[in-house]
Design a protein around this ligand. Sequence first.
Ligand code: ZN
Length: 329
Amino acid sequence: MLSRKITDGTEFVVFDMEWNQPMPGKEYPFEVSKLTGEIIEIGALKYTYDNGELVYRDSFSTDIIPVKYTKLHYHVKKVTHKKNSDLQKGIPFKEAYTLFREFCGDAILVGWGSSDPAMLKMNLEFFGMDSKLGMFFLDLQPIFSLFAGLQGMQRSVEAAVDFYNIDKKEIFHSATADAHYTGAVFEEIFNHNKPSEVISAISSSSIDPDVPSDFSFVGPECLDSNTAFTTSGNFMTSCPLCGGKLGVKIPPFRIRKSQYALLECREHGELFSRTRVKKNKAGNYYAAAVMRFATQNDYWLVASKKEEFDKYGEKGKPVEKTEEEDNAT
Ligand SMILES: [Zn+2]
């Protein structure tokens, strides 16, 4: 998609954040859904890509004093090993973000999982700051799965650390330690694989967090499921960003309860789509479709479903009763 070219000198900032959560049942004088977490720590490491390797450059770490969720949620307390008094140490969010953004410069942000950029943007917006990050973001988790031969599976950063036998000197789940571990995994991925292949996977998976990348569609009620499936057709003909006509890379095919396709906008790149038909209380059918700019995981998903479809047809590979396949995204 709108990805960034990676060349010698390209910088990466591997980062992690911790955030505190609202107390369940407590009343707040604002809409809690607009601040589902308040950032209390940012940790980051900077690398430069040079001739097939990642070269470590610099580190960043700061604690942030929360102003909305000032008492640690028990879950956050348990996971991060922080104490309530720790929340008094640190600097205001605005100051912390300004320093962090300066530290990042023109780098590509790298994180484990896709939740951190969204949480960062939510905090920026809530506190009245410019929520445009102005950086590309790479979720390293599916890249690790790809090169570890664990495609389609989600693994924790600790599992990846074990996979590469990386020393576990620090306790997990502080932003600084987790950024350190994520950076170490990133280095190992380069060390154990052909740099050109890693670069290619990274380039096709980095996204622009400032541009919407997920789109959904709910079709009208229909009397049967086949008709319901066809209603998502229009949704998939034009690019949700520019309205341009979409080309077809893998034509729609149906396997079990889902229909998959891989589409392409000339300007914005490849889009993964999946349609499911659901039944409402009245017994009528409707289509629920999602379309998103394809990442490494999506390519793998649509290719493996297509392979299964080509071999076994619409019913898919005969399996012993398991819901697993249907629930996998
Ligand atoms: Zn487009």
